[in-house]
Design a protein around this ligand. Structure first.
Ligand code: UDX
Length: 430
């Protein structure tokens, strides 16, 4: 590392903001974090971390003296040239991205040539161009604009920050700002994609849409495997060894969840539609994912008959392990569908129950996995938490009233389940 590190501002202390701030603090930057939520800033100042992410608390703790928290944008503006925008862009009722938080930040930006807005939030392609137009109209034309999308995965976000596959820096004009952003990331020695703003925005949306497509594709292959007797695990292994395809994101299951895939795939589809293009492929990706969540209900009905009155246990609720995030979680659809069929649903998750109850207050979440297993007619592995994957199935069999185990993530040891006298069914596996 050469010379002193550049101080930065991070606007928005949600998931992306905090990970970005902690990551840069770890690299030695002074980081000025800003959020309009006073309670959140108080929590952060007191040394607590309001979200769960592996290693985040420790990283923030380790770099405390370099991390500053404030509710005033002026603190970041006074101390840093590069102002990273990390505010939420949730879906609107129409399914597009809601840019109201982004627009509020744009309004508050200083009108000088010494600062740059660095957009980390995922925004529709074309947003950067219209923000730059607004800057010009408001007499803030000297303010630089850089797009620098994030590709963090929940659960491994800090590692993804420190070891990115690539860093994308988009700017429509050469100048100090994109150079400074590139310099900021240079210690990571990651491949750098320096491009224009619209392409940077599209890289992010296209990457998520492609990954979601890969998952829906393997899920459809799994469904065909079930009809033909092939095993999707073997198929994915054989297909994934083709270097043009690659082995990752070929795990069949009960559908993808999370805030990004669900939001970004539909935002890209609507972005295309708004400009008159019908993105057919993405329509199918979304539909396959929705049907995939519901196929579990059909599997249960095949084994148990009428679901009314049956006791079904859900093992895991979070959209994936190592997070308490319930946004877009397949468990929500599954629990709602089972309840609608008249089944009694009980669920256990090591950490996501509290979040789950916020979105589904009627869900019967129990504090111990044994309480889900006890008297259950069937259980479904929804999230492949290590402690659930390592369950002792002989003990489980004693507690359960019925025998059906649906492995929604193809993560269990099917032989161990079967040798406990239980009936195992995965997704696309014989
Ligand atoms: C994703 C992208 O990976 C990341 O680059 C982007 O910045 C944000 O969105 P994340 O939402 O944290 O990250 O989760 P990810 O690990 O990608 O998993 C998404 C969902 O897909 C999970 O529900 C997971 O269970 C599911 N999945 C993933 C599959 O069903 N099969 C797979 O093979 C891979």
């Amino acid at each position: 590392m050469n010379g002193p590190r550049e101080p930065i501002g991070v606007i928005g202390t949600g998931y992306v903001g905090l990970v970005t701030a902690a990551g840069f603090a770890e690299l030695g930057n002074e980081v000025y974090c800003v959020d309009i939520d006073e309670a959140k800033i108080e929590v952060l100042r007191s040394g607590e971390v309001p979200i769960y992410e592996l290693g985040l608390r420790e990283t923030i703790e380790r770099n405390r003296e370099r991390m500053h928290f404030s509710t005033s944008l002026a603190d970041a503006v006074a101390n840093a040239r590069l102002l990273f925008v990390c505010v939420g862009t949730p879906p609107t009722y129409a399914g597009d991205a809601d840019l109201s938080a982004v627009n509020a930040v744009v309004e508050a930006m200083p009108a000088d040539g010494e600062h740059a807005l660095v957009m980390k939030s995922t925004v529709p392609c074309g947003t950067g161009r219209s923000i730059q137009r607004v800057f010009a109209e408001q007499g803030k034309g000297r303010l630089a604009y850089v797009s620098c999308p994030e590709f963090l995965k929940e659960g491994s976000a800090l590692q993804d920050f420190l070891e990115p596959d690539r860093v994308v820096v988009g700017a429509d004009e050469e100048g100090w700002a994109p150079d400074a952003v590139c310099e900021l990331y240079s210690p990571l020695q990651a491949p750098l994609v320096r491009t224009d703003v619209a392409s940077a925005e599209m890289i992010k949306l296209a990457a998520n849409a492609f990954l979601a497509t890969k998952i829906s594709f393997i899920n459809e292959i799994a469904n065909v495997c079930e009809e033909t007797g092939a095993n999707v695990l073997e198929v994915a292994r054989g297909v994934g060894l083709d270097q043009r395809i690659g082995p990752k994101f070929l795990s069949a299951g009960i559908g993808y969840g999370g805030s990004c895939f669900t939001k970004d795939v539909s935002a890209l589809k609507l972005l295309a539609a708004n400009s008159g293009y019908h993105f057919q492929l993405l329509g199918s990706v979304i539909e396959v994912n929705e049907l995939q969540k519901r196929r579990v209900v059909a599997k249960l009905a095949r084994h148990l008959g009428e679901l009314a009155g049956k006791r079904i246990g859900l093992l895991g609720l979070a959209f994936k392990p190592n997070t308490d995030d319930m946004r877009g979680a397949s468990s929500l659809v599954l629990a709602a569908r089972l309840a609608a069929e008249g089944a009694t649903v009980r669920a256990y998750d090591p950490i996501a129950s509290e979040e789950a109850l916020k979105v589904m207050p009627e869900l019967d979440c129990v504090p111990r996995v044994q309480d889900v297993l006890r008297d259950a007619d069937a259980v479904v592995l929804v999230t492949e938490w290590p402690e659930l994957v390592a369950l002792d199935w002989a003990v489980a069999a004693e507690l359960m009233a019925g025998k059906v185990v649906i492995d929604g993530r193809n993560a269990l040891d099917s032989a161990a389940v079967r040798s406990a006298g239980l009936l195992y069914e995965g997704i696309g596996v014989a």
